[in-house]
Design a protein around this ligand. Sequence first.
Ligand code: BG6
Length: 477
Amino acid sequence: IPVEDFDLVIFGATGDLAKRKILPGLFRRYVAGQITDNCRIIGAARSQMDDNGFRAEATQAIAEFTKTPADDPQLAGFLKLLSYVPIDAKGTEGWAVLKERMRSGVVRAFYFSVAPSLFGDIAERLADNGIADANSRIVVEKPFGRDLATAKALNATLARHFHEGQIYRIDHYLGKETVQNLMAVRFANILFEPLWNAQYVDHVQITVAETVGIGGRGGYYDQSGAMRDMVQNHMMQLLCLTAMEPPYHFDPDAVRDEKLKVIRALEPVGVDDIVRGQYRARGDEPDYLTDAENPDSRTESYVALKVLISNWRWQGTPFYLRTGKKLRARTSEIAVVFREPPHSIFDDDEGQRPNELVIRLQPNEGMNLKVMIKEPGPGGMRLVQVPLDMSFAEALGPEGADMPDAYERLIMDVIRGNQTLFMRGDEVEAAWAWTDPIIAAWENGKDRPEGYDAGSSGPEEALRLLHRDNRRWREIA
Ligand code: BG6
């Protein structure tokens, strides 16, 4: 179903995100028929370029990231929607031209794909020049601040010109099909929810493991580290969706209210409950310090932590989170490990293992429920655990194999005016309020992150985080 006609302005249209995600994503939605020929996409950036220059850049980006040949007929149609305005975010150049370019009677959306230091300038100029109206939407990218104070300042800056209902803060993990599927699994089935609490769940493991290093973006990453780059946002969202109470409706504020309650219920993390690591060289692969071009860096490229949620549902059930760069495999998953049955009726219960529900977010998206059955054969009642394994690609056919990229979904939601999959200001601030003391303790201390070999499963110390609780991490494979 096509979305309403829109004028979408992309600030930072010549940047990496626009080329890698935004333009290819918009093109795919055009091909899918969701964006009609009556929509306009206006690139805005500092470079001096005309419409055709921008179209040529877009053609190249789309070719690279969607494997579409430059003479594709649909690409020609898409390029007609594009135009370009050179603009100075901090000055006066371009704003009058942009104003003229905007049509009335269509949805106006402004994508701030620029450094956060420019958010305020752009918001102000959009408002002062009368380019944005009360119905316009703005889209902002992470990092949304680097601590509570800067996030609050950013929220206040945006709030001077836009109300909360107009602000779409992107966390692209929420756009992933499998992440949304978490809500479907939990709230569209009766099977899981009765067991989804501390009485039946022993613990939860949330893993986002990456094989890539930080090469090429060390300047940004070294100032952030895994805690700011992944835990405060993406991991936090996964934690919230796993732990939250059922919202009364799948509605933006209902969902975000429940997520916020989870964040507010998080206990502060003690130094013993967190491990940070930094990758070491292996073979030809450089170490973190070389990639970061900072020989003294104490920034973490890996973090593992034990998180406790102080509420009725989760009292006493730890959530173990880990994420890192240059690990053995690229895999993101949420594993809910249930308790063992309270009593065994079987004489030979050696094979007994706890049930486990693993939701694979990427790659090989799917779900795996591990259940106990009788081992076939005449040898008496012996137990064995088997997987009930479902892969999206197999269960859903081509649609399951070819899922839209997170950005496609999210940009279409902006046009539809649906904020469910975007972070609300108070949510971001609460996440920083919990993250800040952890980072402050590191920054004020003298310890270095523990080294781990590139291509390994992370630092040894992270294993001990679970061993001391008589638990084990799942393999990163
Ligand atoms: C980004 C982080 O937000 O998410 C990157 O800045 C990280 O460091 C990326 O690699 C992971 O996203 P995905 O979609 O590849 O899992």
